[in-house]
Design a protein. Structure first.
Lengths: 238, 94
């Protein structure tokens, strides 16, 4: 695990894994209202929660928040697990954890809170795009995606726009970048460069000097021709 | 009276319709005449071109380009040049 926050959580998840029989025993105790059994079940499955979280990092939500949400999902799974169906707990819990995480991402990603089903649609779209890229060596066009998902390219574009995430200028350029280069360091600036500023100052000075050499009649005519009401005032300054 | 294509440019006319308070040579001539300065539309154009030439000359010199009178007049007549100068003056003072 590369992420340091995950290694912290790994130290927390020290409870040994449960066998199928242990899961059933604990579930029976939980059913009777045994809180220690519930805690044990949760602790024993923390690693599962963390493993699901790992799939959803870098989606615009803090990893710590995702871990919390995954534990909420895990708790819900523990409370609702029905051992009599014969499935392993992890099979059941996985979906609750995933659902909790996806819902958290959906409501915390981007400036617009998206409904969970929209988020899930976007997730499916991105999966489809990846698969298409692998299969055909190019990403699908908006029309192709729209056809696949029974929507229109316009709706698709607006969906993507709503899901767009704002990025901080202080975001490191690369995830493994230890620090120095951030997004703002590499973004081209729209501001004037020093050379442009100097050129503009020189140009402005030349124009001022040229205006000073004009006669009153010339100034008046230029002012009227181009609607420059304040030309005469400025020429006095010049 | 419509002008043949290209002739307006050659004679120092440029479109000023994009500038709300700008006036054509005829309007300028009328205003000047009303104010006691008798000047015809063609003369207005000549004065404007002469002023533009006076502005073009130091601009060319500043860029180390030396041009003769004819070449300077070409620049002075250029509508893009005229509008750029007007916009620069406007920015300066605005």
């Amino acid at each position: 695990m590369k992420d340091t926050s995950f290694s912290i959580y790994n130290h927390v998840a020290t409870e040994p894994l449960l066998s199928r029989e242990e899961e059933v025993t604990l579930s029976k105790r939980i059913e009777k209202g045994d809180k220690s059994a519930r805690d044990k079940m949760i602790k024993a499955n923390l690693r599962l929660a963390l493993s699901v979280v790992k799939k959803y990092t870098n989606r615009g939500v803090d990893t710590d928040d995702l871990v919390q949400e995954s534990i909420i999902g895990l708790t819900r799974a523990v409370d609702q697990f029905d051992y009599s169906k014969g499935f392993k707990f992890s099979t059941y819990a996985y979906w609750w954890i995933q659902q909790a995480i996806r819902q958290c991402i959906a409501s915390n990603t981007g400036p617009i809170a998206l409904p969970a089903n929209t988020f899930s649609k976007l997730y499916k779209i991105s999966k489809y795009e990846k698969n298409h890229n692998q299969e055909f060596g190019r990403p699908p066009t908006d029309e192709e995606v729209a056809r696949e998902f029974g929507t229109t390219p316009d709706t698709l574009r607006s969906l993507r726009q709503s899901a767009a995430r704002p990025r901080s200028f202080d975001t490191p350029m690369y995830s493994d970048d230890s620090g120095s280069r951030t997004l703002k360091d590499v973004l081209p600036s729209n501001a004037e460069s020093v050379e442009e500023m100097i050129d503009n100052m020189r140009l402005s000075k030349t124009i001022q000097e040229a205006l000073a050499t004009l006669t009153d009649r010339e100034r008046t005519i230029i002012a009227m021709r181009f609607g420059l009401d304040n030309l005469e005032k400025t020429d006095d300054n010049a | 009276m419509t002008m043949p294509k290209g002739k307006k440019f050659d004679n120092g006319y440029c479109s000023i319709t994009s500038i709300p308070s700008a006036k054509n040579y005829r309007q300028i001539s009328a205003i000047c005449t009303d104010n006691g300065l008798k000047i015809g539309p063609s003369n207005v154009r000549n004065v404007l071109l002469s002023a533009m030439k006076k502005i073009a000359k130091p601009l060319c010199e500043a860029n180390a380009v030396s041009l003769n009178d004819e070449q300077l007049m070409e620049i002075a007549k250029n509508p893009h040049f005229q509008l750029s100068v007007a916009s620069l003056i406007d920015e300066e003072k605005g």
